[in-house]
Design a protein around this ligand. Sequence first.
Ligand SMILES: *[C@@H]1O[C@H](CO)[C@@H](O)[C@H](O)[C@H]1NC(C)=O
Ligand SMILES: *[C@@H]1O[C@H](CO)[C@@H](O)[C@H](O)[C@H]1NC(C)=O
Ligand SMILES: *[C@@H]1O[C@H](CO)[C@@H](O)[C@H](O)[C@H]1NC(C)=O
Ligand SMILES: *[C@@H]1O[C@H](CO)[C@@H](O)[C@H](O)[C@H]1NC(C)=O
Ligand SMILES: *[C@@H]1O[C@H](CO)[C@@H](O)[C@H](O)[C@H]1NC(C)=O
Ligand SMILES: *[C@@H]1O[C@H](CO)[C@@H](O)[C@H](O)[C@H]1NC(C)=O
Ligand SMILES: *[C@@H]1O[C@H](CO)[C@@H](O)[C@H](O)[C@H]1NC(C)=O
Ligand SMILES: *[C@@H]1O[C@H](CO)[C@@H](O)[C@H](O)[C@H]1NC(C)=O
Length: 370
Amino acid sequence: MHLQGSYLFLVFLGTVSVFTACSEHEHANATMATFNVLDYGAVSGGHIDNALAFLDAWNATCSSEAENSTLIIPRRRFLVNPTTFNGPCKAQSINFVILGRLLAPKSPEAWKDLDPGQWLAFHGVNGLKVAGPGTINGRGKRWWNQSCRYHPKLALKVLSCKKSCLRDIHFINSSQAHVLIEGCDGIKIENLIIEAPGNSPNTDGIHIQSSQNVIINNTIIGSEYDYSLLGDDCISIGDHISNIAISYIKCGPGHGISIGSLGKSGNVVHVENIHVSKVTLQGTTNGARIKTWQPTGVHISDVSFKNFYGTSSTNIAINLNCSRSVPCTGILLKSVYLRSAIVGQNVTSSCRNAYGIAFGLVRPSPCIQF
Ligand SMILES: *[C@@H]1O[C@H](CO)[C@@H](O)[C@H](O)[C@H]1NC(C)=O
Ligand SMILES: *[C@@H]1O[C@H](CO)[C@@H](O)[C@H](O)[C@H]1NC(C)=O
Ligand SMILES: *[C@@H]1O[C@H](CO)[C@@H](O)[C@H](O)[C@H]1NC(C)=O
Ligand SMILES: *[C@@H]1O[C@H](CO)[C@@H](O)[C@H](O)[C@H]1NC(C)=O
Ligand SMILES: *[C@@H]1O[C@H](CO)[C@@H](O)[C@H](O)[C@H]1NC(C)=O
Ligand SMILES: *[C@@H]1O[C@H](CO)[C@@H](O)[C@H](O)[C@H]1NC(C)=O
Ligand SMILES: *[C@@H]1O[C@H](CO)[C@@H](O)[C@H](O)[C@H]1NC(C)=O
Ligand SMILES: *[C@@H]1O[C@H](CO)[C@@H](O)[C@H](O)[C@H]1NC(C)=O
């Protein structure tokens, strides 16, 4: 593990409890309705665009009077051009079940006159449950060697949701971030596999911003497969975030787990109660970091590092590099044992303007100021 970058982070106060569409408080009596995209003209095989068929099926699902309404994508391959599935819907519980494989168009031409910032998006749908066990393949290769502004940025974007859930999906090769959560209150993300090659630029795993009450659990980001590495942060957390619990994550290769960069605008940003636990980072360029911009709006406080074990590929294994104008305070280091990945080499801690305490075993020796 390699901890580097401006600041570091981890494990905070309080607990995160989220009521989401995943926690199925089943209504045994809920009226149900099911809509299969094949009944709305979808054609499988991967050559014909199905955006309109999917939208028609979505419209039926979303406007259904049933309490629990389900759109089904069967176990086949479907090419889908950039599409937004809009809410609000009538049903309390809206399921988008992907049994098959969704393919993005290979050519950037498909984004002509469309928002290049997204491929598949859900907007303003409450009680949304997007579930697998299917695949979402961004086929991003053709974009990776182009300038960023031509990238469709996100494979799956969930905007302005409440009590929602994303689970059991395999994401592959997005042109940029695989999953973006923005403006949501109460979302659980679990059992995802997200993979893209390490030489793909900016292919973040999951990015969250302006959201609260988020659980990310039991997810593999990067890949266990040899050929596949993730080109950017496994999980990144942007401005205006609170109550996030991230657990049972396997991350790497990639850039690790990042909070920030915060405070780009120079305004005060609130990012609080972020709890990261049971995370394995392997072959990542960083472990866990908090990054901020130079403006003085960002005060990092009450950050705990507990039970951190592993190896670092660089000499500085713990880097608390805080701003002179707004030092980091309330940093806690407890039970940290980091060695060099290279046998016989030593690792060190580096501190600048970092205040707090260390107790229990902490190696390399902490340089934090009381
Ligand atoms: C909705 O219906 C699906 C089956 O179509 C079921 O798996 C799911 O648990 C139901 N959800 C709720 C909240 O009742
Ligand atoms: C379901 O229906 C049964 C029998 O009609 C009723 O007793 C029960 O209260 C209902 N449950 C809910 C959650 O509506
Ligand atoms: C959506 O479905 C409703 C009811 O089934 C229908 O009245 C409406 O025209 C549909 N809208 C679109 C855009 O297809
Ligand atoms: C990107 O790669 C493709 C082949 O993989 C090539 O045809 C194209 O010219 C490259 N574009 C740039 C901007 O390098
Ligand atoms: C992802 O893209 C890379 C590079 O084009 C390719 O080698 C790999 O097979 C793709 N992965 C999948 C699962 O299609
Ligand atoms: C997260 O996943 C683990 C392992 O699958 C499971 O034991 C745990 O209960 C889950 N936690 C939450 C909050 O869902
Ligand atoms: C600390 O941050 C400053 C400013 O970003 C940078 O110049 C310096 O190299 C960093 N030091 C370490 C040890 O990372
Ligand atoms: C590592 O640290 C130990 C104990 O402080 C010291 O004896 C040894 O020479 C150091 N090794 C290197 C390669 O700096």
